[in-house]
Design a protein around this ligand. Structure first.
Ligand code: NAP
Length: 199
């Protein structure tokens, strides 16, 4: 399984820290020439590699860490995303409900990434918290996942475990997944809930 993060702002860098902490390779891309942020990526760890967007989309699991409004620009990078898992880390807070055609935001993302499989996740914590070591007092920080594709949620759950988190699967995007999606000026009820799981 290969991994990429599209977006290298606050959340892209927080996710990169998790990969670096565990020595797991990940490519990171923005709209910019990768040379312009290669040093910043390398400073996080040797397993973080700045690449072009065209290269990043070759990965099997792709974290979407751009502003919600930019998701459709990223989606245009491939005519068909079949075989790829897109982890939707965006929060559509403040986006008018009419712009989402009254759908949950992750469904709108899923529609844009034709043929791809979307797993909503890693989006409920502020970047400063997500970037910290998830080993908290002997427990593991929880990340919530939601998807209409159980197999994809299981794969992203396995990756979350490798990154040191405790994944909690909330079910479908329009079911439990609503708890981690913003709608208009309302946050999903689990957003910002920083939970730790003890085995
Ligand atoms: N910040 C948080 O605490 C937090 C917490 C949970 C979830 N989120 C969500 O995570 C997402 C990212 O937030 P952020 O705070 O990390 O934003 P940010 O700091 O503004 O970073 C956004 C990144 O996206 C890149 N980008 C923008 N358009 C792009 C495109 N078309 N293709 C490739 N890269 C593109 C930007 O790079 P260039 O402009 O240089 O290309 C930048 O690296 C948002 O949806 C936000 O709601 C944020």
């Amino acid at each position: 399984m290969t991994h990429a993060i599209i977006g290298f702002g606050k959340i892209g860098q927080a996710l990169s820290k998790s990969f670096a902490r565990n020595g797991i390779d990940v490519s990171v891309a923005t709209t910019r020439d990768p040379d312009s942020f290669a040093a910043e990526a390398a400073a996080i760890g040797p397993s973080i590699k700045a690449v072009s967007l065209a290269e990043a989309i070759n990965a099997d699991i792709i974290f979407l860490a751009v502003r919600f409004e930019a998701h459709s620009d990223v989606a245009k990078a491939l005519p068909n995303w079949q075989g790829k898992i897109i982890v939707d880390v965006t929060n559509a807070y403040g986006v008018p409900v009419e712009k989402l055609r009254d759908h949950p935001s992750a469904k709108v993302v899923a529609d844009a990434f034709t043929g791809g499989t979307v797993v909503k996740g890693f989006n409920h914590l502020a970047a400063g918290t997500l970037g910290q070591n998830p080993d908290v007092k002997g427990g593991r920080r929880v990340v919530f996942l939601a998807s209409d594709d159980e197999a994809a949620a299981t794969k992203v759950g396995a990756l979350a475990e490798e990154l040191g988190f405790a994944p909690v699967n909330l079910g479908g995007l329009s079911e439990g997944g609503l708890l981690v999606q913003a709608r208009g000026d309302k946050w999903g009820k689990l957003i910002f809930e920083d939970l730790v799981k003890f085995d």
